[in-house]
Unconditional design. Structure first.
Length: 324
């Protein structure tokens, strides 16, 4: 039996928590904590994660911990388009020490990572996002204490393509539809997005936290941007609605990145027509599944998606923090 001195001890309350980047020799141990596994195969999975990280655009120099040996609490940041980055947190373990001490350790980690990203000249990040499970109260508490705002609970949905009836050829009366591939410049895309945010039920707390240009850039970067799968709905010459679909060769499906309408178009069947057209065109390209995410408070959107065969696969709670 190991001697008591050989067992790792949690840091005492009087000891400062030293947040640091994870050294390469400790990357697998940190990845094991990040993945949340603790079984006979967890270290193998962690080593595979470390090996595959560069090919998936994951920069392991943005992996942090509160202790090096043994590895303490762990956080990873993955910068994305539109001046955003995603924060991933490893779940605390039952043998990490008293829960209040672990909570303070997590808060110090999240704070330090935010400051490091703010000062990192390699990445221009305006907004940090984190999507813990709804049941992960430890993450919700630490994120709120570190200045993150809860902007909604998301349902992730999936639908098989090809089982829906083909859409009628023309959109509802008075509406004209154009493909993004027909546009010169982004002005209409930006206007349509802005109009769709008015009185939105989809994470309204996000409104004003990011520029519409940043949002558009992040939409383009989701999967593979194909402007022939992006549609805008017009009344006269005003862009009042938008439906964005991006294929993803890695997963073999397509994502409904965004579907939004202005207050002038809501309730007129335009959203259903845009969704039907997007699903039909995606299916014609040999893709058999579409995924999307929606705020659970957005009951009209949830009802629309269910009409088209979408079913819930998981949920996440969305938290954001601005760095500007």
């Amino acid at each position: 039996m190991p001697s008591p001195s050989s067992q790792p001890e949690p840091p005492r309350e009087s000891e400062p928590i030293g947040v640091r980047r994870v050294a390469p020799e400790h990357a697998a141990a940190a990845a094991e904590r990040l993945l949340g596994r603790r079984d006979a195969h967890s270290m193998t999975a962690a080593r595979q994660f470390v090996q595959a990280a560069p090919s998936h655009g994951i920069d392991l120099s943005l992996l942090w911990t509160t202790r090096a040996n043994p590895i303490g609490q762990v956080a990873l940041v993955t910068p994305g388009a539109g001046r955003t980055a995603m924060l991933f947190l490893g779940e605390p373990r039952s043998d990490d020490g008293p829960s209040d001490a672990v909570a303070r350790e997590l808060e110090r980690l999240i704070d330090a990572v935010g400051e490091a990203i703010r000062e990192d000249a390699r990445h221009e990040v305006a907004v940090l996002q984190c999507l813990p499970l709804p049941t992960h109260d430890w993450a919700h508490s630490a994120l709120r204490s570190s200045g993150y705002t809860h902007v909604g609970d998301l349902a992730y949905l999936s639908a098989s393509l090809g089982s829906q009836a083909p859409p009628r050829p023309d959109p509802p009366g008075g509406v004209r539809v154009r493909l993004a591939s027909e546009l010169t410049g982004d002005d209409d895309l930006l206007r349509a997005l802005d109009r769709s945010y008015e009185h939105t039920l989809d994470c309204p707390e996000l409104c004003g936290l990011r520029s519409t240009r940043d949002i558009l850039d992040s939409h383009r970067a989701a999967g593979e941007h194909d402007p022939t799968l992006w549609r805008l709905a017009y009344i006269d010459d005003r862009p009042e609605g938008i439906c964005l679909v991006n294929p993803n060769a890695d997963t073999g499906d397509a994502e409904l990145v965004y579907l939004g309408l202005s207050t002038e178009l809501r309730g007129r069947g335009v959203g259903a027509w845009l969704l039907a057209r997007g699903m039909d065109e995606t299916c014609r390209r040999g893709i058999d599944r579409m995924i999307c995410a929606v705020d659970l408070r957005n009951t009209p959107a949830l009802a629309l998606y269910r009409r088209f065969g979408f079913t819930e696969t998981s949920q996440r709670s969305a938290f954001v923090r601005t760095l500007d």
